[in-house]
Design a binder for this molecule. Structure first.
Ligand SMILES: [Zn+2]
Ligand SMILES: [Zn+2]
Length: 348
């Protein structure tokens, strides 16, 4: 077999992010670029202002809803999962990442050398996102948000059952659940429906638009109401979903004796829950936990793994013990929003 080019000779780390040189495009760039391929709609991956944006149809719709027409790519091009295309001699295709609706791993092959950039991903089932697919490659680019052995996510169904038990136990109180507006919110609603919750789910205003996008894209969420428009007695016994920042402030105090809950992988850390005034922590994450990270890194059979954001050093070390060469990329501007955001007070 002819020797193929090392991935680092054609997939480069630049100040704007990962750049596929022969293809002339960036993956999830942090600066405005001419050609961007976007893994998913979270704001630390999908930024406004690019000239040309290639992504799944769902990600494009999410970007447009969040940024507005024009700002989400002057020209947009949709690519379905598994549908290959060629850009400057580079074969490009997308595989589901299981993270949020439309989330994709960006798969690239140039002169026999294959790279997969996973964006953010998880392996736990999610009724609102196509399941992660393993794509063997020569270099795998992984996140490391929860790359510490302490992070092992329990089955999300058990966490939803906890919420429903509490709602049954306190039928006069409002359960307000802090969750991010893209992905987590809709996953919670879909899981509540599966668990038999058929009453309306109330939303903070910040969550309304993306729920509408999900419904348009074929993810049914049942009856949704805006919490601010509801009478106080209507919210007795209701479940309200709100941004994490809203659950602890005055907004939530208007609700009927609120039980404050939050759905995040960070809820594994008891202190984190306490600091946020969370009485009912729900460990539900859209990111791979420690076991999922290691399993995935083994399954893709890549001799080399590049680690983008989170606990890079812990993952690189664990990979080394398994004979896999890990490399921390130290990309800037990742994990600044959404589930990956670790509040500053935890930096200490
Ligand atoms: Zn994300
Ligand atoms: Zn991220």
């Amino acid at each position: 077999m002819l020797s193929m080019p090392a991935p680092s000779t054609w997939l480069k780390i630049t100040p704007a992010g990962l750049f596929c040189e022969p293809g002339g495009f960036f993956v999830d760039p942090t600066r405005v670029v001419d050609r961007a391929v976007i893994s998913h709609g979270h704001s630390d991956h999908a930024r406004p202002g690019h000239q040309h944006v290639l992504a799944t149809r769902e990600t494009l719709a999410i970007m447009t809803a969040r940024m507005g027409e024009g700002r989400s790519g002057v020209t947009q091009q949709a690519l379905a999962y598994g549908e290959p295309m060629t850009i400057g001699g580079v074969r490009v295709w997308l595989r589901p990442a299981g993270h949020v609706l439309g989330s994709a791993q960006i798969c690239m092959e140039w002169q026999g050398s294959r790279a997969v950039v996973s964006g953010d991903y998880k392996r736990h089932a999610d009724p609102t996102a196509a399941g992660f697919e393993v794509e063997p490659c020569d270099v795998f680019v992984t996140e490391a948000t929860f790359a510490l052995p302490v992070f092992r996510h329990p089955p999300a169904e058990a966490e939803i059952a906890k919420l429903l038990r509490s709602a049954a136990l306190f039928p006069e109180r409002t359960h307000v659940v802090g969750c991010y507006s893209l992905g987590k919110c809709q996953r919670l609603i879909a899981m509540l429906r599966r668990a038999g919750w058929d009453r309306p789910v109330h939303l903070h205003g910040a969550h309304v638009a993306l729920c509408e996008v999900y419904e348009t894209l074929g993810i049914p969420l049942g009856v949704l109401r805006t919490a601010t428009a509801a009478r106080k007695d209507e919210l007795k016994g209701a479940i309200v979903l709100a941004p994490p920042s809203a659950v602890a402030d005055r907004w939530a105090r208007r609700l009927a004796e609120p039980v404050v809950a939050a759905a995040s992988g960070w809820m594994r850390v008891r202190q984190r829950a306490k600091q946020g005034g969370v009485e009912l922590p729900l460990i539900i994450s859209d990111h791979a936990d420690w076991d999922e990270l290691l399993t995935t890194c083994e399954q893709v059979q890549a001799p080399e793994i590049w680690v983008t954001h989170g606990s890079e050093d812990a993952l690189v070390h664990a990979l080394g013990l398994r004979g896999i060469r890990g490399r921390a990329l130290h990309l800037v501007g990742r994990g600044e929003e959404e589930d990956a955001a670790a509040p500053a007070e935890d930096a200490a």
